[in-house]
Design a binder for this molecule. Structure first.
Ligand code: B12
Length: 160
């Protein structure tokens, strides 16, 4: 069942992407369907996305949320470049940025294992068996944002 899309009824815009080295696609398709099921309008950039492409598309779309899904184990390193690039763009100020999946090759299962990603600018890291329910709980709390920082604040407050 399609759920309410946002507080004012217009769909939340989500840019869905991955890191440059990651060729896996079923994770992206899963998340696209999950987000659409929850009323979001998703721009899925597909596999092996260069950081510049992710930033350029995000600046063009002005999303309410940027979601990275990565499962090849390199997210712990390449995610840092993504976070720094996104946080370096004033146009994307206040846009929540989250990452999830199989982010390293050690099978780390809690967000606390990924402190450097949070320090670099991610608002939440979703790993392990609670990744999807935790992500959906935060999505429900995300206001329909402009770029005044309210979305990011809501996400951070709920995630930490
Ligand atoms: C299919 C597959 C491939 C296919 C991908 C085809 C395609 N079109 O996608 C191919 C053969 C190409 C492939 C290649 C490789 N793969 Co591969 N692959 C898999 C496999 C078997 C299934 C992945 C899949 O599609 N799952 C279905 C989707 C729906 O589930 P998911 O990806 O797990 O995502 C779920 C969660 O992680 C979570 N999630 C994911 N992202 C996010 C984001 C957010 C925000 C949230 C909330 C949740 C979330 O939600 C999803 C649903 O529960 C897994 C093993 C496994 N059983 O998971 C290995 C696996 C992902 N691959 C792996 C590896 C190492 C590789 C290669 C490096 C192998 C190699 N030496 O060449 C390459 C990497 C290529 C690259 N450049 O990225 C490792 C990754 C290791 C790690 N992270 O610790 C895995 C885990 C296998 C293993 N056990 O070692 N792979």
């Amino acid at each position: 069942m399609r759920q309410q899309s946002s507080r004012n009824g217009s769909p939340r815009k989500v840019v869905l992407s991955t890191i440059p080295s990651d060729a896996h696609t079923w994770n992206l398709l899963f998340l696209q369907l999950l987000l659409e099921e929850h009323g979001c309008a998703v721009t899925n950039l597909g596999a092996c996305v260069p950081v510049e492409t992710l930033v350029a598309e995000s600046v063009r779309c002005r999303p309410d949320l940027i979601v990275l899904s990565t499962v090849n184990g390199h997210g712990v390193h390449e995610g840092l470049d993504v976070a720094r690039a996104v946080r370096g763009r004033r146009e994307l100020d206040g846009v929540p940025l989250v990452i999830g999946g199989k982010i390293d090759t050690a099978g780390s299962r809690t967000a606390a294992d990924f402190r450097p990603l949070l320090d670099a600018g991610f608002d939440a890291v979703h790993v392990g068996v609670t990744a999807v329910p935790d992500f959906l709980a935060l999505l429900e709390r995300l206001p329909s944002v402009g770029h005044d920082g309210t979305g990011r604040r809501a996400y951070v407050d709920a995630a930490r």
